[in-house]
Design a protein around this ligand. Structure first.
Ligand SMILES: Cc1cc2nc3c(=O)[nH]c(=O)nc-3n(C[C@H](O)[C@H](O)[C@H](O)COP(=O)(O)OP(=O)(O)OC[C@H]3O[C@@H](n4cnc5c(N)ncnc54)[C@H](O)[C@@H]3O)c2cc1C
Length: 291
């Protein structure tokens, strides 16, 4: 299908993009990789008066280290995240998560900023972003803002971003030596999106006990969430098979899992528990390798 008519703008700088967003208000939308927005426009699920293309804003395309944090510009593609030597070395979780997104065409065009703002409940990044306790940086005409990952995702396709704001950067912590992580996913066979995706981080002390555990889950509910009960159950314990099994069954506590034609709510809950255990096991193994 052909989208409804709109005016197209291609600003050459962030300041210019902000001025256009300010000028056109609610009638404007930002375009990044276009892999979520363009299908929505073509199917007329969405319409826009002014499309502001971020494609020329190279200033939003980078991966760099700053004071113990890794900073990823909003226009960085999934492929750039997946293949970044810096991330593979210092935040393997994010690189591994990106490698699970769609296919090579999607990873070459889609951006981390676009994916987070779109907030598809079955998208991969949100699991890693909440597990990593990332900070989302934004800018608008009235200034800059930093939003904690967990406060960023409000509901299905809904985030804390204001229409006047541009997501500029994602900040994640650099891993300590004794940290292991893993992202595991059950892909929907037709779309590739996550039926369930689990991001796990395990930090071990010298005795092999967990000093910190983080688990982020996507695909299972209307937005990505942290499995706090699982994390608490493991902290201070040695991550053996029994302990991991007991912790993993807590991963759906308080969560209303979603059901659809492909996977019922009960099946999704089961997948969450099984994949939480597997992801934690893999993360713990990797942590031992990095101790
Ligand atoms: C065939 C196919 C398979 C896919 N499979 C997967 C998958 O397995 N896992 C997965 O996670 N995703 C998958 N995706 C989605 C893909 O990851 C998209 O790239 C992503 O959802 C959107 O990123 P984008 O850069 O294309 O954003 P766009 O489509 O350009 O924009 C998406 C939304 O974000 C807004 N936006 C974009 N950038 C900014 C910014 N900097 N600041 C503020 N707002 C902004 C736009 O206005 C729009 O509302 C798939 C997509 C396709 C087409």
């Amino acid at each position: 299908m052909i989208p409804a008519e709109f005016d197209y703008h291609a600003p050459g700088s962030l300041d210019e993009a902000l001025a256009l967003l300010n000028q056109h208000g609610d009638g404007a939308k930002l375009l990044a990789g276009g892999h979520s927005l363009l299908p929505a426009l073509k199917l007329r699920l969405s319409s826009v008066g002014h499309l502001i293309d971020l494609g020329r804003l190279n200033e939003l395309s980078y991966i760099k280290e700053d004071q113990g944090n890794l900073c990823i510009g909003a226009r960085t593609t999934h492929y750039e995240v997946e293949s970044s030597a810096l991330l593979q070395q210092k935040c393997q979780l994010l690189a591994e998560c990106a490698s699970h997104i769609g296919d090579v065409q999607v990873r070459n065009r889609g951006t981390i900023g676009g994916s987070l703002v779109h907030a598809d409940p079955a998208a991969d990044y949100p699991a890693a972003i909440v597990a990593l306790e990332a900070e989302i940086q934004t800018v608008s005409a009235s200034g800059k803002r930093s939003i904690k990952a967990e406060d960023f995702f409000i509901d299905m396709l809904t985030t804390a971003l204001e229409p006047s704001e541009i997501l500029t950067e994602v900040r994640v912590p650099s891993f300590a030596a004794n940290t292991g992580s893993a992202y595991l996913k059950v892909p929907q066979p037709a779309s590739g999106f996550a039926v369930v995706g689990v991001a796990a981080i395990v930090v071990l002390d010298t005795k092999g006990q967990c000093t910190k555990v983080r688990v982020g889950i996507t695909g299972a509910a209307s937005k990505a969430y942290r499995a706090y009960d699982t994390e608490a159950r493991l902290t201070g314990k040695r991550p053996d098979e029994t302990v991991l099994s007991q912790a993993a069954v807590q991963a759906t506590n308080g969560i209303e899992t979603s059901g659809d034609i492909f996977a019922s709510a009960e099946y999704r809950a089961h997948l969450v528990q099984v994949y939480t255990k597997r992801a934690l096991m893999k993360a713990a193994e990797r942590a031992k390798g990095r101790a």
